[in-house]
Design a protein around this ligand. Structure first.
Ligand code: MN
Length: 264
């Protein structure tokens, strides 16, 4: 009975999918297939890869939407543009926005740069429950195994959780090729730093250009963090809000400001 009741809640949803890897990405196709079990699927995704575009909106260039097939659109803008247009122009009225599945993690500081997370956050911004999905393995070919083995069960639990909360749920799956998962864990953002190496090269006309984005990554050992959870084989689920205020620093900053004013 409980099983049936859960299906009744999940059925007939309108599900908007997006990503930052482009409309042809393997992660999106796998997600669309599984999401189809839960309701009507709509896809608005970037024409080309837009990983690392964060929450950018295209304000100074035209945006074009191309309907590739029924309910699938390619947009030549950013991930945030896609969700913005899906909600405000196409008026798709989704019950939930799901972004991904990104090949590669979005843990700790990654969320600042991630287009995957931004597409989901754009959904939350318009009051729609949203989920961002990322897989630790960078090889897009491994996403199919992840989707087939785990995604349906995970979404069955996550969508009802997301639908009762205003936050974006940022979900990271451990590497599916490295054995079974240890279950889901609610986490906070950890710390993940990339090396700062820059490759300087010369173009065919002799002018310098640069290739940024270091490959080596350090994950800080922080109890309760998303980084620690995936290291231990758990699927991390981190609620993300739009409020970037460092609340712990407010009082000290006020005191310092007042002290400074008093001394003048
Ligand atoms: Mn990506």
């Amino acid at each position: 009975m409980q099983f049936r009741a859960r299906w009744v809640t999940l059925l007939w949803m309108r599900i908007l999918l997006s990503n930052d890897d482009g409309v042809r990405a393997a992660g999106l196709a796998a997600l669309a297939e599984v999401a189809g079990h839960f309701g009507e699927v709509f896809v608005v995704a970037p024409t080309e890869e837009r990983s690392g575009f964060s929450h950018a909106l295209t304000l100074w260039n035209p945006l074009r939407l191309r309907e590739l097939k029924s309910n699938w659109w390619a947009c030549d803008g950013t991930p945030a543009d896609c969700v913005y247009l899906a909600v405000n122009q196409l008026k798709l009225e989704p019950d939930v926005v799901i972004s991904g599945i990104n090949p590669g993690p979005n843990l700790g500081h990654d969320v600042i740069y991630s287009g995957t997370v931004a597409a989901a956050m754009e959904g939350s911004h318009w009051g729609i429950p949203s989920i961002a999905l990322s897989h630790l393995n960078h090889d897009p070919k491994t996403i199919e195994a992840l989707a087939h083995q785990h995604l349906r069960e995970v979404l069955e639990r996550l969508i009802p959780l997301a639908r009762t909360r205003p936050q974006t749920l940022n979900v990271n799956f451990p590497d599916v090729t490295k054995g079974p998962f240890a279950g889901m864990k609610v986490t906070k953002l950890g710390s993940r730093y990339y090396s700062s190496e820059i490759h300087e090269r010369r173009d065919p006309r002799g002018r310098r250009y640069y290739w940024i984005g270091g490959a080596a990554v350090t994950m800080a050992d922080i109890d309760g963090s998303d980084c620690n959870a995936v290291k231990d084989g758990h699927i991390s689920v981190t609620p993300l809000g739009e409020d970037l205020t460092a609340h712990h620093a407010l009082q000290e900053l006020k005191s310092d400001l007042d002290a400074g004013l008093d001394s003048k």
